[in-house]
Ligand binder design. Structure first.
Ligand code: URA
Length: 436
């Protein structure tokens, strides 16, 4: 096998064999192909999608391009992955809830991408929290606490690190095959027995249509199962931010309110219970999904999940009393501005991607890779679909570093909402389940 043969076959539109796909995945890691060849490969796969066996082979080879963790623990090793959205802080709630149910969650997370937020950026809003720990610490915290949310080390799936950077500059990010191989090569390198996927769909998701979200969910589930990891997916609505805040510290605050049952955000609870129930059932920790959901619900209600979250924060360098003191610990922005609508009405549409970009422009995400993220900025009190807004009920509240930033954000927030005179029912949150 050699790069020219594989690339010529792709050029002719021929189906890539699993052997050829695995060869290329390995070659990305060993350096046996050049960046030009990797770019041509990515473009070829965009033009001639892979069959499932080839996708599994590519993913497995990319997973095996670096360290693959193995565990010997008293419970199942499980994880969750979201394809990304706005106000999506499910991992902060679900990882400790699963840990409180006896599962182990070695969660390798990412940073904000485009208009979507990233779990690592959110956790770094907690003073002292370290996402970049070495493998020994990652393993120790996972074993002792039950969950650890950290960044991928350079030793994990290096083939993906390389291919992702090349896709980014060759216009080849938007391929279901390559997205699948990229997400799963990193996740599966963590040595999981079961993985639940939250595939977002709507105006704030990368997949805006149901058909696109279903195709991605089926690809992720089929490929994970083919690579030996039990998997299932939920397709969930991202036509509005999942919680009422968007921004790093603001989302941690909302997750803490839910974890401590001080002020529960129902969509967050609902998705955590649904995904957690599937994860426990898939891993064999409970006999069925209903039992799994009941366990996650109890872990949240009793404060057991909050206790695990506090233990994880302390073990990864954050304050030992974070669950009690989070209100005083999280940074706040100097400028706060309430955005009242120009007229009263009911929220009929939310341009969720635009709200995500508004947070990025406030400094809560990155315009270029080297940008420093401001953990304090963002939006809170974001009005939901079907909600009545008017005097006393704003569209959102802006948290900004400067008045000038708040001026720009105010215009963006106003433009992101469409109002109607009629009240409409809030839309469904969980749209579909995809099982193997
Ligand atoms: N996240 C990833 O890790 N890879 C992709 O290709 C897209 C999202």
């Amino acid at each position: 096998m050699d790069a020219r043969t594989v690339l010529s076959a792709l050029r002719r539109g021929e189906a890539l064999t699993p052997e050829a796909a695995a060869w290329f995945g390995r070659a990305l890691g060993t350096g046996a192909v050049t960046d030009a060849q990797a770019g041509a490969f990515a473009m070829g796969v965009c033009r001639a999608p892979l069959a499932e066996a080839a996708r599994v082979a590519l993913t497995g080879a990319m997973r095996d391009s670096g360290d693959v963790l193995a565990w010997d623990l008293r419970g199942p090793v499980v994880d969750k992955h979201s394809t990304g959205g706005v106000g999506d802080c499910v991992s902060l709630v679900l990882a400790p809830a699963l840990a409180a149910c006896g599962a182990y969650v070695p969660m390798i997370s990412g940073r904000g991408l485009g208009h979507t937020g990233g779990t690592l950026d959110k956790l770094e809003a907690i003073p002292g929290y370290r996402v970049d720990v070495d493998e020994a610490r990652f393993r120790a915290v996972t074993a002792e606490v039950g969950c650890a949310i950290v960044s991928a080390s350079a030793a994990l799936a290096p083939a993906d690190r390389r291919l992702y950077a090349i896709r980014d500059v060759t216009g080849t990010v938007e391929s279901i095959d390559l997205i699948t191989a990229s997400i799963l090569s990193k996740k599966l390198a963590a040595g999981l027995e079961a993985l639940v996927l939250d595939v977002k769909c709507g105006s704030g998701a990368f997949m805006t249509t149901r058909a696109g979200a279903r195709a991605l969910a089926e690809s992720l589930v089929g490929t994970a199962e083919g690579a030996g990891c039990r998997a299932s997916a939920l397709i969930t609505a991202m036509d509005q931010p999942l919680v009422t805040a968007a921004g790093n510290a603001l989302e941690v605050a909302e997750a803490m309110e839910t974890l401590t049952v001080a002020h529960v955000t129902s969509p967050l609870w609902e998705i955590a219970v649904a995904l957690g129930g599937d994860a426990l059932a898939l891993s064999g920790a409970v006999p069925g999904v209903d039992e799994g959901r009941a366990r996650i619900d109890a872990a949240l209600r009793t404060g057991a999940a909050a206790e695990r979250f506090g233990a994880m924060v302390a073990a990864l360098g954050g304050p030992a009393d974070f669950v009690e003191s989070w209100r005083d610990r999280l940074p706040g922005a100097p400028v706060r501005r309430v955005v009242e609508p120009e007229r009263a009405g009911f929220v009929a549409r939310v341009e969720t991607e635009a709200l995500g970009m508004c947070v990025v422009r406030l400094g809560g995400g990155r315009m270029v890779e080297s940008d420093r993220v401001d953990p304090a900025v963002g939006l809170s009190r974001i009005a939901g679909l079907g909600e009545e807004v008017g005097p006393g009920r704003p569209l959102a509240e802006i948290h900004a570093a400067r008045e000038a930033d708040a001026d720009l954000a105010e215009a963006a927030v106003r433009a992101a909402f469409a109002l109607s005179d009629e009240a409409a029912d809030p839309p469904d949150l969980i749209l579909e389940r995809v099982r193997p």
